[in-house]
Ligand binder design. Sequence first.
Ligand SMILES: [Zn+2]
Length: 485
Amino acid sequence: MTLSSLRTATALGLISMSLLGGAAFAKPAPKPAPLASEVQAEILRDAALKSNVAYDFVAELTTRFGARPAGSASEKNAAIWAAEKLKGMGFQNVRVESFPLSVWERGEESIEITSPFPQKLLGTALGQSTASAPEGIEAEAVIFDTYTGFIESKADLTGKIVVILQPMAKTSEGSGYGRMSGTVRSKGWVEAQKRGAVGYVIRSLSTDDHRFPHTGSGGWSDGKGIPSMALSVPDAEALGRIEAMQKAGKAGPLRLKMRTGGKFLGVGTSQNVVADLPGSEHPEQVVILGGHLDSWDLGTGAIDDGAGIAISLAAAKTMIDQKVQPKRTVRVVLWGSEEVAQPEPLAGAGGKAYVEAHKAELANHITANEMDHGAGKTFSAMFMPTEDKAFISSVDKLIYPLGIYIDAKGEPRGGSDTAELHEAGVPAFDLRQDGYDYFDTHHTPDDVLDRIDPAKLTQNVAALTAITWMIADTNVTFTAPKKAP
Ligand SMILES: [Zn+2]
């Protein structure tokens, strides 16, 4: 029997192993026993540090689709593409889960000073802002240096444009943003409208002084609000100088002309992309990773939140590449429609749609993570309390070499996409990233791939890979979050 005919015969199953015998045909070695979770996690962490999966993904996503506004064809096409990509990577049960949402489109916009010193300004409408009349609105502007000053003021605002010049504090973990997005940006126009104002303008929620305005959700208006816009930081500061000149008697009243073109296109669809790396022993137990696929329309959503998606899927892909399978299922969700406000009952968007579609499985959701704070390095990790001290000690050893500590005092809060999961009792775990520069370019045309440092991105992947393996390959459990009253 020639070697080639032996190969053919073997391939056809014509020769029994006993007939062949001999060392060369010894029965295949038994599958190696799985490594201890911590040992395997270390191997995975180091493999992740050598991988380009995350950067390659966010590069291709932003190049192919550019901006991905919630409910747009671009967001949908990106979801279909990502699902195919995830299948190709070896993920299983990959599906696109659609849900309804109200769609808003920006339209044409402009803002200018008409008096005392006529000139164009750089501003952009806040998300879901109501359109002005086609020719715009022109009115006297009343400037407030702080939001509190505006709320406490008794000034007559009838027929005026309210301007808030409050700057945003620059912090690593984003607390300066959190203090302002839910008030100045999304509620201010409601207060201004109640008091008779015809327009609302804020200094961008920005930590840089470039001349891009930063958009962001202004809260749902259903086309019945007043036009609301954000100015670039230098333009807001110019208005501050005019205010000072007014006080010194060197300038007359400030008048602004605003034109916003927000279109409310009715109910469309957005979608979550869901992909599993099934567990070997407890496939019904699920650990959620993810970020959001939609972005604002001005940039290409590289740091917000292409990076978060890429980090999350690359963590699971590292396990696939190393041909290991944790005991529990690792599920990656590319959330749809995170950025935009929605009217009831659609509010909650992708996160809410997931909770509704997966209600029966939620009791088996061990914990959930969302990466949505750019592409800076992770500096700390936070978990809900656990009895499993060995888990904490292992994670500590695994992430210290990456420059990350466990913040035992902090309580993980999750992200806006996982908020509905936490509300339903699923514990969060957080990786806190250095976002000191994040709000320099967040929600601007400058949110592009160039803002991502591949080495920093990869550090996140390594951390998330090691931590996720320790959660998915052990029996660790965490205290459920307290239910909202
Ligand atoms: Zn985001």
